[in-house]
Design a binder for this molecule. Structure first.
Ligand SMILES: Cc1cc2nc3c(=O)[nH]c(=O)nc-3n(C[C@H](O)[C@H](O)[C@H](O)COP(=O)(O)O)c2cc1C
Length: 287
């Protein structure tokens, strides 16, 4: 078979121009589609976010630090728990467990919760942006509304959104879409990360670098403080509930729910899964 014969017998070689044009069109459409998606992904949480995030672009020429320029002062070490401070903290923290059955009474004093949140507020944060808000809910009616929102979504989460493997992994914890603790616990602390902030006059946007990491570190300190105060808690991250809970509490669009934390004392007869924790040799590598 000579070359001419080969070309006329091969459909691929014969139709290469139309094939090339089709592939080029697919590539163009795909690029357009993904570009559109990226925009959507960034902005579709709320129309206002789109409007406000675009403000960042206007800052270009007149860059100023978000923090006021401050003098540097000598470092004064704070208190510690020595002797054996770290060991004592470890002994305290090893007793922390997530509980899912709370007693409505007694209700811890709000001042204790305030101290715990003060402690959380000492966390480090990207560029000292302190990108967190703690909403403390104690009103029964509001707790009922929160439970309603969460249970509705969790029913869909467990039955449709979560991968069967995920649901299977949760089986030992005996969790399901029913969340009695949301109305039983005397306090619900909703921890929001602020994805961006506003300057004091409200005119300039402030970038909140690493806002999720910063807020998570602060949440860790909050858990330590609650444990130190003898209070129990449960870190929960109800999937798909953030916007509805933010609206319910009338929080601004720059705040995104990170953790919903019921807090209080355990109900009589409260049980927890008999979990073991990794030992030091499994979590620490020395060099
Ligand atoms: C980021 C994060 C998300 C969690 N989400 C949930 C949740 O949605 N519902 C729940 O019942 N427990 C949740 N937990 C609690 C874990 O199941 C619990 O920490 C784990 O089983 C270990 O138990 P312990 O906290 O008693 O040590 C979450 C914990 C973390 C750190």
């Amino acid at each position: 078979m000579d070359v001419d014969e080969l070309i006329s017998s091969s459909k691929l070689l014969k139709h290469w121009p139309s094939l090339f044009i089709t592939l080029a069109l697919i590539w163009i459409v795909k690029r357009l589609f993904f570009k559109g998606n990226r925009v959507l992904k960034t902005y579709n949480l709320d129309e206002q976010v789109e409007e406000e995030v675009e403000h960042f672009a206007d800052l270009g020429d007149e860059l100023q630090p978000a923090l006021e320029d401050k003098p540097h002062v000598p470092f004064v070490p704070g208190q510690n728990l020595n002797p054996n401070g770290a060991k004592r903290l470890y002994e305290l923290m090893r007793g922390r467990r997530s509980i899912r059955s709370f007693s409505s009474h007694p209700k811890p004093d709000l001042s204790v919760i305030e101290d715990c949140i003060r402690a959380a507020g000492t966390a480090p944060s990207g560029a000292h942006t302190e990108p967190w808000t703690y909403c403390v809910v104690q009103e029964p009616e509001l707790k009922r509304s929160i439970r309603e929102i969460v249970e509705q979504e969790e029913l869909v989460n467990y039955s449709q959104r979560m991968h069967p493997q995920w649901v299977t992994d949760l089986r030992p914890l005996q969790t399901n879409h029913v969340k009695e603790y949301l109305t039983e616990a005397p306090y619900l602390i909703l921890i929001f990360k602020q994805t961006y902030g506003l300057s004091e006059n409200g005119k300039r946007m402030r970038r909140h670098y690493y806002n999720e990491i910063s807020t998570s570190i602060a949440a860790g300190i909050l858990l330590c403080a609650l444990q130190a105060a003898g209070l129990a808690s449960l870190v929960t991250t109800p999937l798909n509930c953030g916007p509805a809970l933010r609206n319910l509490l009338g929080r601004p669009v720059n705040e995104k729910l990170l953790i919903l934390l019921p807090v209080g004392y355990p109900k009589d007869g409260c049980t927890v899964p008999d979990l073991a924790r990794k030992n030091l040799s499994n979590i620490m590598v020395t060099f």
